[in-house]
Design a binder for this molecule. Structure first.
Ligand code: AOF
Ligand code: ZN
Length: 367
């Protein structure tokens, strides 16, 4: 199918407005829609937050609010319209009632409950449907959703900060921050992008981190997940005593209200696959791994790390604990450097599984 530059600009507009829901729609995808009549955009809509209107329905309302009838217009929508009664009524019905004559779709919806049906239903009602316009761009925007539909597990980003010799901790001193202010901000932006943060219990014992989003504004906090096979987590740790949720995964000992039992793998560690499957079942699509070297190694050797944000500082530790994962190890895991940043003097290398790409040119910080 060939598309005119005008059509491409309408779909690009729909992708642009879809961004407005970023951070608020999980486990749903970002979706945008514009209505076009006589070559002019008369309305825009996007899925703004979970439980809110779907993009098509918001666009139809917007047309009416702008004093236009949606009747006879063409809808450019980034995702195939749904045909199911979920948190909202089916978009197929809204489009039919509004008298939309044509629907242009960027990407099909792989969600098993809506798969293929939306387009068929519209066509059966005599609405012209064309699909595939800016499909790759739309797929990139809803990557965590598509990845989750396909694999039923979240995308995993590993974050590591190192001294100039590749060490992640200094046993000669108390745990302290050694990255730049800009790097600290970036990590808080990264936390904002994810649904959960995973760490190993050693990190809790050593650092007693809060793992909350504090340096940048956020409406929600990620779930904190501690891999703690033998339930060693100190009862007075921050993670267990603030108002936010923490999930402690262990495989023996008493069951606590906030904890969850997981079976350990043969090597005695809780299996990363099982953790990601469990989080995937709960609709989690993006995970940040902030754990120490052994947690990182575990996920990496299971092939379950999709992206790595490697922060290198000028600091030199006296008694360094090596990260233990080399660039060669990352390459052997089919990863490549896709972006480089300078965050307040820290050198940052962004690695990604081949073909996955990087969410935006400045991700995790805003464009
Ligand atoms: C659309 N337009 O704007 C979105 C769609 O349970 P619900 O109502 O929140 O629906 C969730 C599913 O609907 C979601 O997983 C995806 O398959 C589709 N999302 N569909 O027609 C939209 N956000
Ligand atoms: Zn819908």
């Amino acid at each position: 199918m060939s598309w005119s530059s005008e059509e491409m600009s309408f779909m690009a507009h729909a992708i642009e407005v879809a961004e407005r829901g970023r951070g608020r729609v999980r486990p749903n995808p970002l979706v945008g829609c514009v209505l076009v009549k006589n070559g002019k955009v008369i309305a825009e809509g996007w899925h703004d937050h979970l439980g809110g209107l779907h993009a098509e329905q918001m666009a139809i309302h917007d047309a009416e609010e702008n004093g236009y009838s949606p009747n006879g217009s063409t809808a450019y929508v980034t995702l195939e319209p749904c045909n199911h009664h979920g948190r909202t009524p089916p978009c197929t019905e809204s489009l039919m009632w509004a008298g939309i004559k044509e629907v242009v779709v960027a990407h099909r919806d792989p969600n098993p409950t809506v798969r293929g049906n939306g387009i068929n239903v519209l066509e059966n009602e005599g609405i012209v449907v064309r699909e595939g316009l800016l499909q790759d761009e739309a797929a990139f925007q809803m990557q965590p959703f598509l990845h989750w539909c396909e694999n039923m597990r979240p995308l995993v980003t590993l974050k590591v900060a190192m001294d100039c010799d590749g060490n992640v901790d200094d046993l000669a001193s108390e745990s302290h921050r050694f990255t730049s202010e800009a790097s600290l901000d970036a990590v808080h932006y990264l936390r904002k992008e994810v649904d959960a943060i995973i760490i190993g219990v050693e990190t809790v014992q050593r650092d007693d981190p809060a793992l909350t989003i504090r340096r940048v504004e956020s409406e929600k906090q990620p779930l904190r997940v501690v891999m703690d096979r033998t339930l060693r987590i100190p009862q007075d740790s921050r993670l267990l005593n603030d108002e936010h949720e923490t999930l402690v995964l262990h495989s023996q000992g008493d069951e606590f209200e906030w904890s969850q039992r997981m079976a350990p793998a043969e090597d005695g560690f809780i299996s990363p696959e099982a953790v990601l499957r469990m989080l995937g079942d709960r609709g989690f699509q993006e995970i940040l791994l902030e754990g120490g070297p052994s947690t990182a190694q575990h996920f990496l050797s299971s092939g379950l790390v999709d992206r790595v944000v490697l922060i290198s500082t000028d600091t030199q530790f006296k008694q360094g604990v090596p990260f233990g994962i080399s660039n060669e190890d990352l390459r052997a895991n089919d990863m490549e450097v896709v972006n480089e940043f300078d965050w307040g003097g820290d050198k940052v290398h962004c690695w990604s599984k081949k073909g996955l790409g990087w969410p935006t040119s400045s991700w995790p910080t805003p464009l």
